[in-house]
Design a protein around this ligand. Structure first.
Ligand SMILES: *Cc1c(COP(=O)(O)O)cnc(C)c1O
Length: 221
């Protein structure tokens, strides 16, 4: 599908597009940038940093892959949104680096919704632990803004199975909006859906999709 077709479809549903440019060269990113896209997602810190250096500075960089604590410092000066917060320790480190850079960093909490064990993400107990600390206005998190949730469905051909996982994440998101975040309108982002399942995700209530191969073609590496 062309960039403009995808963009149009998403706009009809008021869904934001993160163009996942991992493994893709600068020229491919620029081609979509020139059509108006500003939000790009990468899953590796080093690759994102290298591309940040080379590309226009109005690009909004989304870190969508697993983030190691010792690498937060490399992206803290410029990252726009971290989708993949999966521990309280990581959140403390992001806060520390945000402080150093005099920024407030926007993050999503990644929730483990898939059947696969190898996918990252918080379980309910870990989620509640983080929210309790955040809600208590813990000084260790004062430069963090939790903007919403992110999740990845199981890799499967079973549409109903995927739908169930997305619906579960949406229900959790709405529950948190009505409880922990009742007085915090900035908790508003639900990042779910990729090339293979973004339509199911949108039906389930996603408002931010992360699309790579459908836009850029299949990745060889
Ligand atoms: C690679 C990746 C995507 C995009 O996957 P496509 O199937 O290429 O659309 C989305 N989210 C995450 C976390 C990814 O790592």
């Amino acid at each position: 599908m062309s960039y403009l077709d995808i963009k149009k479809e998403l706009e009809q549903h008021q869904v934001e597009l993160v163009a996942v440019s991992k493994t893709k060269p600068i020229e491919s990113i620029l081609a979509i940038y020139e059509q108006g896209q500003r939000d790009f997602g990468e899953n590796k810190v080093q690759e994102m940093e290298a591309k940040y250096q080379l590309l226009p500075k109005d690009i909004r960089w989304h870190l969508i892959g697993h983030l190691q604590k010792n690498k937060v410092k490399y992206i803290a000066p410029f990252v726009y949104l971290i989708h993949s917060v999966d521990s309280l320790e990581l959140l403390y480190e992001i806060n520390k680096q945000a402080l150093k850079n005099n920024r407030v960093l926007d993050v999503l909490l990644q929730i483990h919704i898939a059947r696969e064990e190898n996918k990252f993400g918080l379980d309910k107990t870990e989620l509640i632990e983080i929210l309790d600390v955040y809600e208590a206005k813990n000084p260790g998190l004062q430069n963090i803004r939790i903007r919403g949730l992110m999740g990845m469905a199981t890799f499967s051909d079973d549409q109903e199975f995927i739908r169930n996982e997305f619906n579960g994440l949406r229900d959790l998101f709405r529950f948190l909006q009505q409880s922990y975040f009742l007085s915090d309108q900035s908790f508003s982002l639900l990042s779910m859906g990729m090339s293979s399942d973004y339509r199911i995700a949108i039906e389930a209530g996603s408002n931010m999709v992360r699309i790579g191969s459908l836009l850029f073609g299949n990745r060889t590496s």
